[in-house]
Design a binder for this molecule. Structure first.
Ligand code: MRU
Length: 381
């Protein structure tokens, strides 16, 4: 990895991007170093991209998909001089490998499927070098589409918020989780750009603190009023009447609207229902998995126990303690007031409305089940 230190702060978050031509590399902000350091790393092989996704250097469903698409581009670089069979064998190997990095966000599989489809469409028509160029063009297209989808999500979502409201969000669904503008945070950014004043409460988001390290940082960078709270304070903050709306992102939305997002989102949705507060999910259509009927089928990532016992380098639990560390949970559709996507507002959240607004999934089928690491499944019991 090449480290490129940057000392300036950012208003516009340039989460990741491709540097150079077909022989270039993926450059991304190392989100594990924020908020104290803004450092970019260059990924020049598939292993570095896999590690960056696995370790959450790049994270958030849409950003993972974009990183994986560029990951295919770096992964096939050493096969452009091969014959066609050699090139395709390498491409399949890279796609299968990157698909093992994280299991929950469907954008990863959606993006890899798009990359595969583009290469297959060019097979027999272009040389391996020509196909590598087509793959890079497709990755850039996925990146650009995400940029546009986030702006549209912001536009649709901002209309749901009123001037002066208190709003709560969980984890980070901002520019850092997408091409550059976010999903849940896009709603806040667009509302602020249209002249509305918001008071955002950011859950810190145990155990990896995406809310404290990333959301609080992003909102502060953009001059939006933000107050950081521990996850366990959300109920009290709602009871005190400080929050009128909740908006979160999503990692995978089933055909019936059940939504996987960062662990703790389900609790926030239950709290919002108990306090009669609307709970919105903001996500692009690339986050819908219409191939699965309900949240029961969503694979839930289980992560290293040390993230809980030794978070950020300090031991905070006794040696040898048993730990359970699911990284996501599933909020049942019945708790979601509406889903905000780039095509508009989905309300009520049910199979019919989702089919009407989202229609056929953008890339057709997402991924064969056997490619996924399935440790445990979510869903309404
Ligand atoms: O584990 P992470 O940080 O990748 O989890 C991210 C989330 O849960 C986000 O809320 C989600 O991906 C939406 S990103 C626009």
């Amino acid at each position: 990895m090449t480290e490129v230190p940057r000392s300036q702060s950012l208003k516009h978050v340039d989460t990741l991007g491709w540097e150079g031509d077909v022989h270039g590399c993926l450059r991304l902000i190392d989100q594990t170093r924020l908020p104290s350091e803004l450092i970019r790393i260059d990924c020049r092989d598939a292993e570095t991209v896999w590690e960056a996704i696995k370790m959450l250097r790049v994270r958030g469903a849409p950003a993972i998909g974009i990183a994986a698409a560029y990951g295919v581009c770096v992964g096939v670089q050493n096969a452009v001089e091969s014959d066609e069979a050699g090139f395709f064998a390498r491409m399949e190997e890279v796609c299968d490998y990157l698909a093992t990095s994280r299991p929950t966000a469907v954008n990863l599989f959606w993006a890899l499927e798009r990359m595969r489809n583009v290469a297959l469409a060019e097979r027999g028509r272009k040389s391996p070098r020509g196909i590598a160029e087509a793959l890079l063009a497709e990755a850039r297209q996925i990146h650009e589409e995400d940029r546009r989808m986030c702006r549209e999500i912001g536009r649709h979502g901002a209309a749901l918020l009123e001037d002066g409201q208190g709003v709560l969000t969980h984890c980070n669904a901002g520019g850092l989780a997408t091409a550059d503008y976010g999903t849940a945070l896009a709603v806040f950014f667009a509302a602020a750009e249209s002249g509305k004043t918001l008071h955002v409460y950011a859950d810190e988001t145990r155990p990896l603190l995406q809310g404290a390290r990333l959301t609080a940082w992003e909102l502060q960078q953009r001059g939006i009023d933000v107050t950081l709270i521990c996850d366990s304070m959300a109920a009290q903050v709602m009871r005190e009447g400080r929050v009128q709306t909740v908006v979160t992102g999503a990692d995978r939305i089933a055909a019936n609207g059940d939504t996987a997002n960062k662990i703790g989102t389900y609790s926030v949705a239950l709290l919002a229902a108990a306090h009669d507060i609307p709970f919105y999910v903001a996500a692009p259509t690339s986050t819908f998995d219409l191939a699965i009927a309900t949240g029961h089928e969503i694979p839930i990532e289980e992560r290293d126990p040390r993230e809980i016992t030794h978070g950020f380098g300090r031991q905070t639990a006794p040696e040898g303690i048993k730990v359970y560390n699911p990284a996501f949970d599933v909020t049942p559709a019945r708790l979601i007031t509406a889903i905000i996507c780039e095509k508009g507002i989905i309300k009520p959240v049910d199979r019919e409305q989702i089919a009407a607004v989202v229609g056929a999934s953008p890339a057709g089928k997402h991924q064969p089940g056997e490619r996924q690491e399935q440790r445990q499944h979510g869903g309404d019991k």
